[in-house]
Each structure stands twice: as C-alpha cells, then as structure tokens.
Design a protein around this ligand. Structure first.
Ligand SMILES: NC(=O)c1ccc[n+]([C@@H]2O[C@H](COP(=O)([O-])OP(=O)(O)OC[C@H]3O[C@@H](n4cnc5c(N)ncnc54)[C@H](O)[C@@H]3O)[C@@H](O)[C@H]2O)c1
Length: 253
C-alpha cells in the first residue's frame, strides 16, 4: 500500500470521478475526508471506504463558500489530526455557444472550477507548510489544455487551474509540497450524461469527441485514479508542476 498512514481530502468525492478517487486512495491505505455539497452522497462513499477497512469522514460542504471550506478543513483536522493530500476534484460545466452564454453560468463555472480550488488550497496549505510537506492534485480537463467546442468558459476555468497549479508548484517546492494536475478526457459520469441531455447539439459534439478518442472508448471514473494515486504517492516525490492527461490519447501535448 502506497499511502498507508496518510490523510487525504477529496472534493466532490460523493460521485463520479471523485468517488473513484476517494476509494482508490482508501485502497492504498489513506484515511479520507469526502467533501461534497450532497451530504448523503458523501456518507455513502464513506461507507464504501469503511468496507475497505479505512477511516472515512463525510463532510457536507459548499465549496464555493469560504466559511464552509474553513469549517470543513477544521473538522477534518479535528477528526484525523493531519492532512497530507488534497485532491481538488469538484467541478461543473454548462455547454453552449459562447456568444449566447449568460454571465450567471460563467460565475457558477468559475466559482466552483477555479475559485473554490483557490479557497481549499489556501485553507489547507498552512497545515502542509507547518508539517513541511504534502501533496496537492488538481483535476482539470483536456479542455483546459486544448480547448473544447461548446465549452469556452469551462475550458478557460480549467486552463486557469493548470496555470495556477504550475505557479503554486514553484512557490512551495522547497517546502516539500508538490502540486500536479490530472486532465481527464471524456469520462462516463452523471456530469457527462447531463451535458449530453442538455441539448441535441451538445450530444452531437460529445459523440464526435468520443469518436476521436484514439483508444476508441469513453473513459470510466476508475481510469482516472491511477494518475492521482501516483501524484499522491512517494513514487512522485520528485515530480511537481506537471499536467497529465488521462483521456485515451484524446490530447497528446
Ligand atoms: N466527466 C468528464 O467527462 C470529465 C472530463 C474532464 C474533466 N472532468 C472533471 O472531473 C471532475 C469531476 O467530474 P465528474 O464528471 O465526476 O462530476 P460529477 O458532477 O459527476 O460529480 C461532481 C461532484 O461534485 C459535487 N459538487 C458539485 N458542486 C459542489 C459544491 N459547490 N461543493 C461541494 N461539492 C460539489 C457533486 O455533488 C458531485 O458529487 C470535475 O472537475 C470535472 O470538470 C470531468
């Protein structure tokens, strides 16, 4: 087990990619705090982790609220006494042509995909700095590397995650903290299905993207977990500021 004795926070850990990451970290021996706006989902994943004989702590938190995040981090420290790994996974999307997009949608996407990640990093970093080490793994998207049709604002928010992560990685490297990014491509989750269902044009675009995946299939949440475990583990001690696509070859950059 590569993460024995560690404690990890996974944001948006209640379903989809976040759930798979939470369970993969637990399988590698980590205690996990599952931060999700849907408390019931978080509890369900905590029970699944406990079935693997790991301690798990479900926390109901709206990551776009600073007061919620600070309280959730404090609760995690009260419960586990330490934080070693922060996985910023929660994210959202709304597809459509940019020129027809509304500012309310921009605000929602930026608030969760970028700003909430800043909030969790700022809340957790003092503990990592005080302990002299830690791991941050941010989940962006291939859209943030290459741009994606119908997802201009989403792509921008994920590009911001990538650039921020590189800059932060430089800032904290000498304090033993690494910051890396995992970029999923198309992964079969409730979010992807909601995008398909949102409009026939969106479904068409996503079908075309799926057909362009060199490996010939849409990914599963479990496909993303190996990269996150790697960045969280000792195997990645000398790796920071990196961006790794997990997308069946969709983006090669
Ligand atoms: N599914 C894909 O194809 C895909 C592709 C590339 C990147 N990603 C990224 O992967 C991450 C996870 O995506 P997913 O498909 O598993 O999403 P999902 O919508 O299936 O799950 C997201 C989870 O985040 C939680 N959440 C939403 N808003 C929250 C908030 N304000 N506070 C706390 N929790 C909140 C939800 O309750 C849910 O459990 C996102 O950052 C997404 O952008 C997904």
């Amino acid at each position: 087990m590569r993460l024995e004795g560690r404690t990890a926070i996974v944001t948006g850990g209640g379903q989809g990619i976040g759930r798979a990451i939470s369970l993969a970290l637990a399988e590698e021996g980590s205690r996990i705090a599952i931060f999700d706006i849907d408390g019931e989902r978080a509890k369900k994943v905590a029970r699944e982790a406990e079935a693997l004989k790991r301690e798990a702590f479900p926390v109901e938190v709206d990551l776009t609220r600073k007061d919620h995040v600070l309280h959730a981090v404090k609760q995690t420290l009260d419960r586990f006494g330490r934080i070693d790994v922060l996985v910023n996974n929660a994210g959202t999307d709304k597809m459509g042509v940019f020129v027809e997009s509304d500012e309310e949608a921009w605000d929602k996407i930026i608030a969760l995909n970028f700003r909430a990640m800043l909030t969790t990093c700022k809340a957790v970093l003092p503990h990592l700095l005080a302990r002299g080490g830690g791991r941050i793994v941010n989940i962006a998207s291939d859209a943030g590397r290459a741009g994606s049709s119908g997802e201009a604002v989403y792509s921008g928010s994920k590009g911001a995650v990538i650039a921020f992560s590189k800059a932060l990685a430089r800032e904290v490297a000498r304090q033993g903290i690494t910051v890396n990014v995992v970029c999923p491509g198309l992964i079969e989750t409730a979010l992807l299905q909601a995008l398909r269902d949102s409009a026939p044009t969106n479904a068409k675009i996503l079908d075309a993207v799926a057909r362009a995946i060199p490996m010939g299939r849409v990914g599963r949440p479990e496909d993303v977990t190996g990269a996150v475990v790697f960045f969280a583990s000792r195997d990645a001690d000398y790796v920071t500021g990196q961006t790794l696509s997990v997308s069946g070859g969709l983006t090669m950059a």
